[in-house]
Design a protein around this ligand. Structure first.
Ligand SMILES: *Cc1c(COP(=O)(O)O)cnc(C)c1O
Length: 359
């Protein structure tokens, strides 16, 4: 830190992104990107007209993108806002819907960024522990005061809540906002987007980084009733009006337009997830029941950190979390292509044999 840093910035506890190594060709199963390229129309859109207009600012309303998303979901464009990644929109939601006396409410084990934003905005969070089996019990949230942030499916567990349970939470207090972070919903869980019609206290946030193969495009969406989207726009226009660049608006709209490609990719990932889960269980692993594009798994033979380290030695990157204590035996493994997962399984079989010999 420099001697010039403000006290406020000195107190921040920044998010640590997963490794993005440049030194070696790893099989990268650590940040839940898609193993498949973006839809063909995305590349065509990037080769097209927008490239020639980069000297002009992008559309601050991102109309092409919000229209494509509205068409996809059967919403009106003013029920959608686009962001520079869903992280930006989640951050806007923390600013728009939390404050003094109304802190964020989230699980002890969930997306690590919620804690970072709580601190960034000087908010008082309420942290509600997951149950012993890592499930999230809506009953534990019914009386919570504040703005609830739920990742569904949850990260890094992969466990999904049925929308009926989220509906119960929305009903319990219509004056309380529930933000559902659906970063992983497209791999087999149920989306809350259809509930937007019935609940003005629901905001759904999605990302193009996982199911739409555009992590590098930095595109996210938030969807909800108009007044909620207005509130987010208030924050956005106080921070960065041209938040999504021209190329990403075009890329995102093209990705949204190709439903068939999206379904093929997400279904392929779901199938590979089921296969990998089966294989790991056959090797004695505990694997939580995931509806996401990753699995959370542990073995009795090696600690989580050791598994991470030894896989990395073999050129495979997975993610390990040092906190909290009850997840340190686990590794989070992104679902790659079938070939990448065979390489992972082969590496794990070899590791297990090694550790047997050592014992
Ligand atoms: C990946 C992820 C995000 C962020 O996505 P970006 O659109 O890449 O910013 C948000 N929430 C959860 C739970 C995620 O896993």
């Amino acid at each position: 830190m420099s001697r010039l840093i403000s006290q406020e910035a000195a107190r921040l506890a920044p998010y640590t992104p997963g490794e993005q190594p440049r030194d070696q060709q790893y099989i990268k199963l650590n940040t839940n990107e898609s193993p498949y390229p973006p839809a063909p129309g995305v590349l065509a859109a990037l080769a097209g007209a927008e490239r020639e207009r980069l000297e002009l600012y992008s559309d601050p309303t991102c109309a092409a993108l919000t229209q494509a998303a509205a068409d996809f979901y059967g919403l009106e464009p003013d029920q959608v806002i686009a962001g520079n990644g869903s992280d930006e929109l989640l951050s806007f939601a923390f600013r728009a819907f939390c404050g003094a006396g109304r802190g964020p409410v989230y699980a002890d084990i969930t997306y690590g960024f919620y804690k970072v934003w709580a601190q960034f905005y000087g908010l008082e969070p309420t942290v509600i522990p997951l149950r012993e089996d890592f499930s999230l019990a809506v009953d534990d949230y019914l009386d919570a005061r504040g703005t609830i942030f739920l990742a569904n499916p949850n990260a890094p567990t992969g466990i999904a809540l049925p929308t009926g349970e989220i509906r119960r939470l929305l009903e319990a207090d219509r004056a309380r906002l529930v933000v559902v972070d659906e970063a992983y919903v497209d791999f087999g869980a149920e989306s809350c987007v259809p509930l937007i019609r019935d609940y003005d206290n629901l905001l759904v946030v999605q990302t193009f980084s996982k199911s739409r193969s555009l992590a590098g495009g930095r595109i996210g969406l938030a969807m909800g009733e108009r007044a909620l989207i207005d509130d987010l726009n208030r924050v956005k226009y106080s921070f960065n009006p041209y938040n999504v660049n021209r190329l990403s608006i075009a890329a995102g709209a093209a990705a949204m337009a190709d439903r068939a490609y999206f379904e093929r990719c997400t279904q392929a990932v779901a199938r590979t997830r089921e296969y990998t889960t089966e294989q790991l269980r056959a090797l004695g692993f505990t694997v939580l029941p995931s509806k996401a594009n990753f699995i959370f798994a542990k073995t009795e033979c090696l600690g989580g950190k050791e598994l991470y380290r030894r896989l990395k030695e073999r050129g495979i990157l997975v993610r390990h979390f040092d906190q909290p204590a009850r997840i340190t035996d686990y590794c989070r493994i992104s679902i790659g292509s079938p070939k990448q997962m065979e390489a992972l399984l082969a590496a794990i079989r070899a590791l297990l044999e090694e550790s047997e010999k050592e014992a």
